[in-house]
Design a protein. Structure first.
Length: 133
């Protein structure tokens, strides 16, 4: 499906274990409805978008990929995503919210073509080797 620009969208009808690819979204907010089960989430060539993933959304592979995006905010509300790969991502933010974040279990990869990005931790407790920091 094609998502309209400058709008708020809710993804509520993903088929179980489906790969979701958000591509060429512009100036939009994309909310995932609770209790969905995705194989993987790919965000490609999106500009100025806000993508919200609640804790009840399960990503089977625990992988989020972003490529050639600019000005995006990804809000992860205590999800099971453990690997975030970013290629040529610019001026974007990944925000980890709520719950516990075990640094030993999380991998973030930014390619050399990525620039001016942020990772924020909000209302969450960070642990390393099971010990709160």
């Amino acid at each position: 499906d094609t998502l309209a620009a400058n709008a708020v969208h809710v993804i509520a009808d993903a088929k179980p274990n489906e790969l979701i690819c958000l591509s060429n979204c512009k100036n939009s907010t994309i909310n995932f409805a609770p209790h969905q089960r995705l194989a993987k989430l790919v965000i490609n060539e999106c500009d100025n978008c806000r993508i919200v993933i609640p804790s009840s959304v399960k990503v089977i592979t625990s992988i989020l990929e972003m490529a050639r995006c600019s000005g995006c905010s990804i809000l992860l509300h205590g999800t099971n995503i453990r690997t975030i790969q970013c290629d040529a991502v610019k001026n974007s933010t990944v925000q980890l919210q709520r719950g516990f974040i075990e640094l030993n279990d999380m991998i973030m990869v930014w390619t050399e073509a990525s620039e001016n990005n942020q990772v924020q931790v909000v209302d969450a407790q960070i642990k390393l080797n099971g010990t709160a920091l």
